[in-house]
Design a protein around this ligand. Structure first.
Ligand SMILES: NC(=O)c1ccc[n+]([C@@H]2O[C@H](COP(=O)([O-])OP(=O)(O)OC[C@H]3O[C@@H](n4cnc5c(N)ncnc54)[C@H](O)[C@@H]3O)[C@@H](O)[C@H]2O)c1
Length: 247
């Protein structure tokens, strides 16, 4: 069935791959990202392959802007049936060096931004009696990570938020699951390596049972299943797509 899918962070990395994969599956795409130019390019690329898509530049931490973006997109494509939240920031700082401003920004983008988009789209899914919510959290949200107390706290919050939604909407035909990626090759992880915030890829491989970083297509494939008609009995779960690092 053809649904309307909102994908945040659709200008880059996992969100970009997920937007393309859901378009390939026949869905209409609302692509959101802080980077308006990038998300416009995503929507244009999807339209070129014959699918429907709108791209809107929006800061997911700004609830008014999220509501306005979804109102515009909904008028063009119809009510939302699928929400995937991939927009995020990943700062690295020792705990004692985390400023109040950065703490608040990390929670605002990663956690409140996820809440904003899902809550804004939820009435559409309730009306349809069907919905799929997939949040992109992180292995850091399950186990913590060095220099990432702020990031890990926000992603642990995303996991708990997802489980709460699963409880509240299970009987409404709406599932909510989280994908917790391990090390995935994206612009975000490449930038962290280039800054020296994380160990280089060669050293990293030694800690990953499958011996390599994951790809955005592997995340998109997991997401496609969780957004499918067939996944209706899977809810409140955290799917680790991590090459075996968190067994
Ligand atoms: N790359 C990894 O190894 C990895 C591992 C675990 C979890 N994650 C998570 O996966 C998600 C996707 O990461 P990625 O690696 O594809 O990164 P990415 O940087 O390639 O993509 C993230 C996108 O989010 C957008 N964004 C940032 N702040 C925003 C805001 N306030 N409003 C709207 N959009 C915003 C960026 O513009 C960017 O296009 C993130 O939530 C990240 O925390 C990544």
């Amino acid at each position: 069935m053809n649904r309307v899918a909102v994908v945040t962070g659709a200008g880059s990395g996992m969100g970009l791959a997920i937007a393309h994969s859901l378009a390939d599956a026949g869905h209409r795409i609302i692509a959101l990202d802080l980077n308006a130019e990038a998300v416009d390019a995503t929507a244009k690329a999807i339209r070129r392959i014959g699918a429907q898509a709108v791209g809107i530049g929006v800061d997911v931490s700004d609830r008014g802007a999220v509501d306005a973006a979804l109102a515009t997109a909904r008028a063009e494509l119809g009510g939302v049936g699928i929400v995937v939240t991939s927009a995020g920031i990943a700062p690295h700082d020792h705990f004692q060096d985390i400023s109040q401003a950065l703490w608040e920004k990390t929670l605002a983008v990663n956690l409140t931004g996820t809440f904003n988009v899902i809550q804004s789209a939820m009435p559409d899914m309730v009306e349809q009696g069907w919905g799929r919510v997939v949040t992109i959290s992180s292995q850091a949200g399950q186990h913590g990570a060095p220099q990432q107390a702020h990031y890990a706290a926000s992603k642990c919050g995303v996991i708990a938020l997802t489980k709460g939604i699963a409880w509240d909407y299970g009987k409404s035909g709406i599932t909510a699951n989280s994908i917790a990626p391990g090390a995935i090759d994206t612009p975000m992880s490449r930038a962290a390596q280039a800054r020296g915030d994380v160990i280089g890829e060669d050293a990293l491989r030694a800690f990953i049972p499958v011996g390599r970083l994951g790809t955005v297509d592997e995340i998109a494939a997991a997401c496609k299943y969780l957004c499918s008609e067939e996944s209706g009995f899977v809810t409140g779960q955290v799917l680790g797509v991590n090459g075996g690092t968190a067994m």
